[in-house]
Ligand binder design. Structure first.
Ligand code: HEM
Length: 443
């Protein structure tokens, strides 16, 4: 059976059953602007305590959803894919509608393995796995180390710079291109595509605004956005078809030749698989790299400890990921009536798991809002998810983060965030667009 394109399934108006916990008022997690100052950790704490499974209404005709904020409950939902589906409606809070945003982008964001359930999910995931094994990653580590040195060298003379521009946006892109097998001359384009991809969430709003108050700047932005996104997909299709005919030892070839139920992927799933890797591998690591610098500045004792005890770096990388939790949420849809904690959830209702909330659950992490590079159970964080969809690139992210901080702190021990930060209005990924840092060069 060929994989069919996913269709939008929005869930039900709900809630069908009585609410076990008193609903918190004024929740607006569907509003991307709320996330411009970082994740709403205060609201997460109130939810965990008073309404760990809480109905969140949506404006207009959109069906609401359940927010899940406790560590144990997020594990419960993630660990029961037979009941909580990724395929029925996908992993986004609101399935993209064809009339909103960019049509190709919307389509591709649905036709990916992250939106599939068993058995097709595992068939497709298995095809990716050779490029995420320990032996493959050993070679990658040496390449990452060399790239970090090159980037740090580039920063050295500046004394003050935007860490995102000079470092955090560049390292994950390099690593991804290495895994995918993107030729060197084609890599510069990627940075530009990423810049537009990050702004995709704004596009629907921009288009709505353009209908009422069109401006030259806005029209130009939308035109640039469309052409960049189209170029990115055209490049992906070109490379994947090329690899289908002439395979190389790289991830692009693995995707190009992947078979599900004995059939090669359709062009829709090639677009989706391309988008998933490009997006999942970039933004997440980039924002953890930047977020970690902010944390080290906010907790100078921890920074001093890490410099004095570099053997803590592996653990610190997990602690950074725990506290930053760059993926804000993942959605599931209940296939049958089920319990989450004391709440009965009805078949068809949407369930949204907040990773940043789970990762600061005091039931699991003592003093959860404090950075502790030696935290004994930092690894218990679930920022990479849990269950069959657990992040494929987990080790790739950890390698980059560990190496980045090893070299940054060795070379610039006095590096600090200078207080300047710009966070994108995005309620799916915590996206730091710029982060000013200053440092003196010791070598
Ligand atoms: C700090 C960095 C990262 C974080 C926090 C992160 C987080 C996540 C999470 C939460 C999921 C689970 C999705 C779900 O449950 O539906 C996921 C899946 C995935 N991640 Fe990551 N990720 C990171 C880095 C990466 C990197 C570097 C790559 C690739 C090079 C990558 C590739 C993927 C892929 C392909 C999936 C889909 C797996 C599947 O559906 O089976 N991620 N990631």
């Amino acid at each position: 059976m060929q994989l069919i394109s996913q269709t939008a399934v929005e869930g039900t108006p709900g809630p069908a059953y009585g609410e076990a916990y008193k609903r918190l008022d004024n929740l607006n997690f569907n509003d991307a602007r709320v996330f411009r100052n970082g994740q709403p950790f205060d609201a997460f704490a109130r939810l965990r305590e008073a309404a760990p499974v809480c109905w969140h209404p949506e404006p207009g005709d959109l069906p609401g959803f359940w927010t899940v904020t406790r560590h144990a409950d997020v594990m419960r939902v993630n660990g029961d894919p037979a009941v909580f589906s990724s395929q029925r409606g996908g992993i986004l809070m609101n399935t993209p509608r064809p009339e909103q945003g960019h049509v190709l982008l919307g389509r591709a964001s649905q036709d990916t393995m992250i939106n599939l359930d068993a058995p097709h999910h595992m068939q497709l995931r298995r095809e990716h796995m050779p490029f995420f094994t320990v032996s493959y990653l050993k070679t990658l580590t040496a390449r990452v180390q060399a790239e970090v040195t090159r980037l740090v060298d580039g920063m050295a003379a500046k004394g003050e710079c935007d860490l995102v521009e000079e470092f955090s946006s560049r390292l994950p892109l390099f690593t991804l291109c290495e895994i995918l097998g993107v030729p060197e001359p084609d890599r510069a384009k990627f940075l530009q595509w990423m810049h537009y991809l990050e702004m995709a969430q704004n596009l629907a709003n921009d288009q709505a605004e353009m209908a009422t108050t069109p401006s030259i700047e806005l029209m130009q932005f939308v035109a640039d956005f469309n052409s960049n996104i189209e170029e990115m997909f055209a490049y992906g299709q070109h490379m994947l078809h090329k690899r289908r005919n002439d395979p190389q030892p790289d991830l692009l070839s693995a995707i190009a030749r992947a078979q599900v139920d004995g059939q090669l992927l359709s062009d829709e799933y090639l677009d989706g698989s391309w988008l998933l890797i490009v997006f999942a591998g970039n933004d997440t690591t980039r924002n953890t790299l930047s977020g970690a610098m902010k944390l080290l500045t906010e907790f100078p004792d921890q920074k001093a400890k890490l410099i004095a005890q570099p053997e803590l770096l592996t653990n610190a990388a997990d602690e950074f990921i725990r506290m930053v939790s760059p993926v804000i949420y993942m959605r599931r849809t209940a296939l049958e009536d089920a319990m989450i904690a004391d709440q009965k959830v009805a078949a068809g209702e949407k369930v949204v798991m907040y990773y940043g909330a789970a990762n600061r659950d005091p039931a699991v992490f003592a003093n959860p809002d404090t950075l502790d590079v030696a935290r004994a159970n930092a690894k218990q964080h679930i920022a990479f998810g849990y269950g069959p969809h657990v992040c494929l690139g987990k080790r790739v992210a950890q390698i980059q983060l560990e190496e980045a901080y090893r070299q940054l702190l060795t070379r610039f021990p006095d590096i600090t965030w200078n207080g300047e930060i710009d966070i994108a209005p995005n309620n799916f990924v915590h996206a730091i667009r710029s982060l000013g840092v200053r440092f003196s060069n010791r070598h």
